[in-house]
Design a protein around this ligand. Structure first.
Ligand code: AMP
Ligand code: MG
Length: 496
């Protein structure tokens, strides 16, 4: 059964915690709100009727023109390490948690509106989000989900013509996003830094009860240690999944690290076009602290900061042993994902090196990451014209005609022969492991330009493409081809 926003089963377990965890807030409405995007896939997660897309009352409710019965809007307090620097107080400076909705499958979703005005945590900010960044976050959450990587989801964008000032004048907008929880590492750090261990414990219990209830049977100390181990493991796996899809988050501050290991807070992120291990999507990060190849280390560093914040709950030995597990979990996951991307079913000692060899070719030639693996999915040594295997020329093209690619393909062919790999079956598997589409920054930019000109239709058209990235989309071939020349010059800043 689907419902209207007002009829959803609202709960407010976070707002049910003592008020030291948040500030109660009321949204500040935007003038002339207009629905710019609506995602029926996310609506279905809430049992929300897709009719909301045409219901002016839905926009009014999201905009805060009227309260939604059953909700208790709050802005959470947190802190964080930003670019390695401790910031004692942050918090939802422009996002409001409306409440939680449990769907018919007993799944609970936090519903947040981002951009809805000032809170106690807005610091120097205006409490607003720009249309550009809401579109980027809306599309990215759905693209990430389509790739099979845990992420926040996006329900809707409400645009306005209210001007907001960043590097230039932009339009304010609201993003409605969903997550099992929006709690971050920073929500714990703030209370640890204020020597409030009871608050740390209370928030830990809240997260465990809601998200890892299987741990509740363990006695206290063991429970917290197992919980921390699980966060470390999820973080390691998440970073491995990002790595395998060529994704760089861009701002991996501890306040952007999800306590349940999902991708959170999309800012100046990027899925790579040309493969470059040192890729930095964020032009406000010239030192590359959050470069592509730094993410595994940063994930561990962030887990260590969380471990420190949980010192009142877990022993140093337990914390260290959890952190020591990170590397093995990351490597196991990346190994599994690269094996799938190469279509391998068996395991050989040199497989990691084989995968690294392909990446080395791409890195040296700056071959397109996504297109190269997709082309490799159609490489079929057993068929071809007798002179060369089917699909080899497409791989060469994607790899920028690197002189090293043929030697690598020969090595790969030998490896496939050794496991007696069936070309047809392998191709089928690989086309499900190597996406045809990722949300490249230039693709998002095209949609943004249209929306800023008043045409919102491309937002959901793009969502449909990137949300099923392994499928063929005959009208979207352009997005699977060579990026346009201007893609290389796109610069993204932290401002959003
Ligand atoms: P972010 O870089 O988007 O993860 O934001 C870091 C912190 O700054 C968070 O606490 C945000 O709530 C806050 N913030 C970012 N932009 C704004 C804004 N325009 N108004 C108020 N707070 C903001
Ligand atoms: Mg953030």
């Amino acid at each position: 059964m689907t419902r209207r926003l007002d009829d959803l089963k609202w709960e407010n377990s976070f707002a049910g915690l003592p008020d030291r965890f948040y500030q109660r807030v009321t949204p500040t409405p935007l003038a002339n709100p207009q629905l710019a995007a609506f995602n029926p896939d996310a609506a279905a997660l809430l049992d929300l009727s897709a009719d909301a897309a045409t219901d002016p009352d839905f926009v009014a409710a999201i905009n805060g023109d009227r309260p939604i019965p059953g909700t208790t809007p709050v802005a959470a307090i947190y802190a964080g390490h930003q670019f390695g620097v401790w910031v004692p107080q942050l918090g939802d400076g422009r996002a409001i948690l409306l409440g939680e909705v449990t769907n018919g499958h007993h799944e609970r979703w936090d519903i947040q509106v981002k951009g809805s005005g000032l809170t106690r945590f807005s610091r120097m900010g205006d409490g607003r989000a720009v249309l550009r960044s809401t579109i980027r976050e809306y599309l990215a959450g759905e693209a990430m989900t389509g790739l099979g990587v845990p992420s926040t989801r996006a329900l809707a964008i409400v645009a306005s013509d209210v001007p907001v000032y960043r590097e230039s004048v932009e339009r304010a907008a609201l993003l409605v996003r969903l997550a099992p929880t929006h709690v971050r590492f920073g929500n714990f750090e703030v209370f640890a830094s204020r020597s409030m261990p009871d608050a740390v414990a209370q928030l830990a219990d809240h997260v465990i009860e809601r998200h890892l209830p299987q741990l509740l049977t363990l006695p206290g100390a063991e429970r917290y240690a197992a919980w921390y181990r699980e966060i470390v493991a999820r973080t390691a796996r998440l970073v491995a999944m990002w790595t395998a899809t060529g994704f760089t988050h861009g701002v991996l501050n501890t306040d952007n690290m999800s306590i349940i290991g999902i991708t959170l807070d999309y800012g100046p992120y990027g899925w790579m076009d040309r493969y470059d291990r040192g890729f930095i999507p964020n032009h406000s990060d010239p030192a590359g602290r959050y470069a592509f190849d730094q993410q595994p280390m940063v994930g561990l560093w962030n887990c260590a900061r969380l471990g420190e914040a949980l010192h009142s709950l877990i022993s140093e030995d337990d914390a260290l042993s959890a952190l020591e597990s990170y590397r093995g979990i990351f490597e196991g996951e990346i190994d599994r994902l690269m094996r799938a991307k190469l279509g391998l079913l068996t395991s050989e000692p040199d497989d990691q090196e084989l995968a690294a060899g392909f990446l080395a070719v791409l890195h040296a030639a700056r071959g397109d990451y996504t297109r190269s693996f997709r082309a490799l999915s159609r490489f079929a040594p057993r068929s071809g014209d007798g002179r060369e295997p089917a699909g080899a020329s497409a791989v060469r093209e994607a790899a920028e005609e690197s002189p090293a690619i043929d030697a690598w393909l020969a090595r790969y062919t030998q490896r496939l022969i050794r496991e007696d790999s069936d070309d047809v079956a392998r191709q089928r598997r690989m086309l499900q492991a190597n996406p045809k589409y990722v949300l490249r920054n230039w693709m998002a930019q095209e949609v943004i330009a249209a929306a800023e000109g008043g045409d919102f239709a491309p937002i959901d058209a793009m969502r449909r493409i990137v949300a099923s990235p392994f499928d063929e989309h005959p009208d979207a071939e352009r997005y699977a081809g060579r990026p346009p020349a201007w893609a290389a010059d796109l610069a993204l800043s932290c401002s959003s």
